[in-house]
Design a binder for this molecule. Structure first.
Ligand code: F6P
Length: 342
């Protein structure tokens, strides 16, 4: 193998650059050149790739986002997309392509196998909803931001005797809300895995008032659904190339409804892109470095159509087929653990 490609697709996460750096370094050690494609699958479609030398990836370990840029482009949605992708892959003389992304990016990688591409995936999404890996790159950094946000909300919440709602990301799975909420001591955590009842939340707030706590902190995942609604609350109904609507608004929905039940003032904070941007945590830097190195080693040993997965403390190959079922839900045990505290 003389050359490998690398691209980053979907929503970005802190830690991607650390993975790109690790790919380039490990490949370099074997005398293999790395071609980086810009803006995810779009860069491969439009043949926008550049050679990445050690100098290009030096000094990026601690920088969030992705030096290659990203997009939510689905090559299967454009005319002759897969054929163009294959032509450009061959044109660069690639022996393998490493795709760093969430379920959409990895699903495209899996499908491109049928067009003769040799692919290895690296899971990255702050949502942590990819099966087959305990952690995806970016999740630890995101819950660090959520925890800090909750610490800050606590001090202003108790001073003003308010209900403070924090809306976090998590379209289909409540990992960010649940683990961020646990770490930040939230009084209620609402996640897509379990429909919630506004009356129950109100009762919880009342119980806290009886205990002398005149404030409450609620964390809600953007995809959480109250019992009274049929579907998630979305900001926009048109879909992207992967069929996703733009989420957002459940925090304000809850504030409107709860406001009719309680005397306490309610304020909403939407964490949005603050939880996706910024510096990767030490855990994410190390995970991304391990994933990047392993992805190259998998390609060298001819293991394709797999992604790197963290299983316990080991990094192992996970067949993409296995990783790309339904989004990985928060396990019942963790939900019960969180229930103990509210
Ligand atoms: O990266 C996944 C995710 O964080 C989802 O939780 C969220 O709904 C989505 O990204 C929003 O991303 P964008 O607005 O960039 O499409």
């Amino acid at each position: 193998m003389e050359r490998i490609g690398v691209l980053t697709g979907g929503g970005d996460s802190p830690g991607i650059n650390a993975a790109i750096r690790a790919v380039v370094r490990r490949a370099y050690e074997e005398g293999i050149e790395t071609v980086g494609f810009h803006d995810g699958w779009l860069g491969l479609l439009e043949n926008r790739g550049e050679l990445l030398g050690l100098e290009n990836v030096s000094g990026i370990l601690h920088i969030g986002g992705t030096m290659l840029g990203t997009s939510r482009t689905n090559p299967f949605k454009s005319q002759d997309g897969p054929a163009k992708v294959k032509e450009n892959y061959d044109g660069h003389g690639l022996g393998a392509l490493i795709a760093i992304g969430g379920d959409d990016t990895l699903r495209v990688a899996h499908r491109l196998k049928d067009y003769g591409l040799k692919l290895v995936g690296i899971p990255q999404t702050i949502d942590n909803d990819i099966n087959g890996t305990d952690y995806s790159i970016g999740f630890d950094s995101a819950i660090t931001v959520v925890t800090e946000a909750l610490d800050r909300l606590h001090t202003t919440g108790y001073s003003h005797h308010r209900i403070l709602l924090l809306e976090v990301m998590g379209r289909d799975a409540g990992w960010i809300a649940l683990l961020g909420g646990l770490a930040g001591g939230a009084d209620a955590i609402l996640i897509p895995e379990k429909r919630f009842n506004l009356g129950d939340i109100h009762r919880r707030i009342e119980r806290r008032i009886e205990m002398g706590k005149r404030f409450s902190i609620i964390v809600v995942a953007e995809g959480a659904i109250p019992e009274e609604l049929d579907d998630q609350v979305a900001r926009k109904t048109e879909t992207d190339e992967f069929g996703h609507v733009r989420m957002g608004g459940i925090g304000h929905y809850i504030a409107d409804r709860l406001g009719k039940l309680t005397e306490l003032t309610i304020r909403v904070t939407t964490l949005a892109y603050l939880q996706r941007g910024g510096t990767p945590s030490p855990f994410d830097r190390i995970l991304a470095t391990r994933f990047g190195v392993k992805a190259v080693e998998l390609a060298l040993s001819g293991r394709f159509d797999v992604m790197t997965g963290l299983r316990g403390t080991e990094v192992a190959p996970v067949p993409l087929e296995e990783a790309l079922g339904e989004p990985k839900p928060v396990p019942e045990g963790l939900i019960e653990l969180a229930n103990l505290f509210y």
